[in-house]
Design a protein. Structure first.
Length: 681
């Protein structure tokens, strides 16, 4: 997961490959709660989504006394014992609507005399309505108080009035704001439907019916059969009792699939043999958002399906603009608004009022962010229309994500824009709500446009702090790191292991060694042919050999391609001596990092002493100056600043100050003026 302030996505060209989707959030949080409601029974849930929202549910259930064992995607839950619920509990549910609504209903019915539960969430959760659910529960005699604003969390729950609970067999609930209210009632009522039927009457048009269908399907798996009269009246029969299915497999997330279906439709050209294969969810999914594939097909995308997979390729291009009622696919429909950027004409998505009460006001969010890219966007209370920018009207944009995972994921698709303008996703960590590794999955499937992967070069003399600075800058940007010095060090070790003298007359053999290095960088370990050579390559002899072998032109040539191939999405910070002059001459930012010999010798001295080496400052300084001389005077790729490098003397700078300087240069160099005013400068 990218836990960084922003993620720059390079201009992307195409996409192909296979992706295994994470588990469905809607199913995961429902079955976690249903399993917890199976009093005393154990359920093993497989392929459960690991995300912020499921963490919120699991933590709440544990606080309530549920026994939970979690191993990767498998969760073993023993149902709550009503008698051992705590007297008091405070549940923080983040921004997880699928935890807040059903837990409110279940706990409002479970809370006993003398007990009190509080349910709260992040600031946005405190703006998301829950009044219709509370009104429905109050009809049953539930005692629920608003702790801040009427109609919104946080809530306080106390024991229901038992007489009223018995008396009221019919409950009315609004269905036109969020289907989660009805889901919550459907999941809670089996807890009390012992001796009589409970009937739920839906007031107003029920939205997002497919989500209710998921709830009914899962209730049936847990032994509760609900009578559904035309989506207006639901009956939970007397004698209903939760019964664990023992084991249950969670389908992959159909809403998350929408980004990858769109990816295939935008970027997988069948003429080039490209396709996106999505594993874990197929056309027979119980999730309503699977119907997104119909909308994608209408736009011209080619989608094949099987029992548990989808295969997607670009069909018609540009895509066809569509006019669609998005009510049945409220979450996935957001992806259509970004696909509209690649369509001919104006796409209109209607009947999506629920977007306004999701993680953010999604209609406003989409209008704001699509407009930044140059699209022509209009909207109303429950609709949005999007016309793509003209070819020359695309603008680079820093996309605000409003702590909304879906905004972040769908706007990543804008990086395929024909103008190759930069796309920055702010706060990319928000995808942790449902698809923590979304960007990793995207980068594994997508190919950048030629030379589009951004590279930051940090060259400079020994012990100037290149490696340290490279690691800090890369961490801030979510980029990969290339320590090219390590490559020459390993080449030296490999040559010695093969009994070769490191001298110019052995250049062809040394180049062969360099070309065939079998290398794995694994944290502190460096595996050469499977054996850790980190200590050998960092020894004095290792440093000398690296300096000698790096002066041999054939060796440098042999290692050139390998280094260039390290430039992978989302970007690379490369440190060495010739990163800016030879390996990545077109890099948008080149830094030549230097410091006085005195400072550098002192830093290296402290570094080695802290690692337990017995060294002398004076001899270290002599060796360092000798190495500087060799590196700067050698015939091939000598150490020198590239003509367009920015020189940074960090003699009197801390690592944090030097990092900030490079990031500032980066913001100017890569994103340019487009992002200068957008909050990171
Ligand atoms: N700005 C700085 N101020 C103080 N110390 C620093 C600074 N930058 C790096 N150092 C320290 O200097 C030492 C050498 O840094 P580092 O190993 O990153 O240098 P390098 O240029 O990559 O060296 P080499 O070329 O030998 O690989 C480390 O102990 C590091 O913590
Ligand atoms: N791009 C590079 C990187 C390193 N070298 C040489 C310079 C050093 O003598 C040796 C080890 O480098 P270090 O780990 O100290 O950065 O490799 C080079 O020539 N070109």
């Amino acid at each position: 997961m990218f836990s960084i302030p922003f993620l720059d996505i390079a201009a992307l060209q195409s996409a192909t490959g296979t992706v295994q989707l994470p588990g469905s959030k809607s199913i995961s949080n429902r079955v976690l709660l249903l399993a917890a409601l199976c009093e005393g029974q154990t359920t093993v849930l497989h392929d459960v989504l690991a995300s912020d929202d499921t963490d919120a549910m699991l933590t709440a259930l544990q606080t309530l006394g549920c026994e939970i064992e979690r191993q990767a995607q498998q969760v073993r839950i023993t149902g709550l014992d009503r008698q051992s619920l705590p007297a008091q509990a405070q549940l923080h549910l983040g921004n997880a609507g699928t935890a807040m609504r059903p837990l409110t209903a279940a706990l409002a019915l479970l809370v006993g005399p003398g007990q009190a539960f509080e349910l709260t969430g992040v600031a946005r959760m405190q703006e998301r309505p829950i009044g219709d659910l509370v009104d429905a529960l109050r009809q049953l005699g539930c005692a629920i108080d608003y702790l801040k604003n009427p109609g919104f969390p946080p809530l306080a729950l106390r024991a229901a009035d038992p007489q009223k609970l018995q008396a009221s067999g019919s409950i009315q609930i609004r269905g036109d704001v969020s289907s989660q209210f009805l889901t919550a009632m459907l999941m809670a009522l089996p807890l009390v439907a012992k001796e009589r039927d409970y009937v739920i009457e839906v007031v107003g048009e029920l939205i997002s019916k497919p989500y209710i269908a998921i709830t009914l399907n899962l209730l049936a798996r847990f032994g509760i059969v609900v009578r559904n009269d035309n989506w207006q009246r639901f009956t939970i029969a007397a004698g209903s009792r939760y019964q664990s299915p023992g084991q249950l497999h969670v389908e992959a997330d159909a809403s998350s699939a929408s980004y990858l279906v769109a990816l295939g439709g935008i970027a997988s050209d069948p003429a080039l043999g490209q396709a996106i294969t999505i594993e874990g969810v197929g056309e027979d999914s119980i999730q309503g958002d699977i119907r997104f594939i119909d909308a994608a097909r209408q736009m011209g995308v080619h989608v094949e399906t099987g029992p548990n997979w989808l295969r997607v390729q670009r069909g018609q291009w540009p895509l066809k603009a569509i006019d669609i009622d998005g009510n049945h696919i409220p979450d996935a429909a957001m992806t259509l608004a970004v696909m509209a950027l690649y369509a001919e004409g104006t796409t209109r998505i209607t009947n999506i009022a629920s977007w306004r009460v999701k993680e953010t006001d999604r209609i406003d969010a989409m209008v704001n962010e699509l407009s930044k890219l140059g699209a022509v966007v209009d909207s109303g209370p429950d609709w949005i229309s999007v016309a793509p920018p003209a070819a020359d009207a695309w603008r680079s944009a820093s996309i605000a994500t409003y702590d909304d995972h879906r905004v972040a994921m769908c706007f990543s698709l804008a990086a395929f824009n024909p103008a190759s303008v930069a796309v920055r996703i702010e706060d990319p960590r928000c995808v942790g709500k449902t698809f923590p590794d979304y960007f990793e999955a995207l980068f594994a499937l997508a190919q950048p446009k030629p030379n589009a992967v951004p590279v930051i070069c940090i060259d400079g003399p020994s012990a100037s702090g290149k490696g340290t600075l490279a690691a800090h800058v890369a961490k801030q940007l979510g980029f990969h790191v290339l320590d090219s010095g390590a490559l020459y060090r390993v080449a030296g070790v490999a040559a010695r292991q093969r009994g070769l003298d490191i001298a110019p007359e052995h250049a062809p053999a040394l180049a062969d060694v360099a070309r065939s290095l079998q290398l794995v960088f694994d944290g502190e370990r460096v595996l050469l042919d499977g054996r850790d050579v980190a200590a050998a390559m960092r020894s004095d002899a290792g440093s000398r050999d690296a300096s000698l072998i790096s002066a041999i032109p054939a060796v440098r040539d042999a290692l050139l391609q390998w280094q260039r191939e390290r430039a992978a999405l989302p970007g690379l910070v490369a440190d060495g001596r010739d990163m800016g002059t030879v390996v990545f001459p077109d890099a948008p930012l080149k830094v030549f990092l230097t410091a006085s010999a005195e400072h550098r010798a002192e830093r290296r001295y402290k570094q080695l002493i802290s690692q337990g080496f017995d060294v002398k400052l004076a001899s270290l300084r002599e060796e360092l100056e000798a190495r500087d001389l060799r590196d700067t005077t050698r015939a091939v790729a000598p150490l020198k600043p590239a003509v367009d490098a920015k020189v940074l003397d960090n003699s009197d700078l801390s690592v944090a100050e030097a990092t900030e300087q490079v990031l500032q240069w980066w913001r100017q160099a890569y994103a340019g003026a487009a992002f200068a005013t957008l909050g990171h400068d």
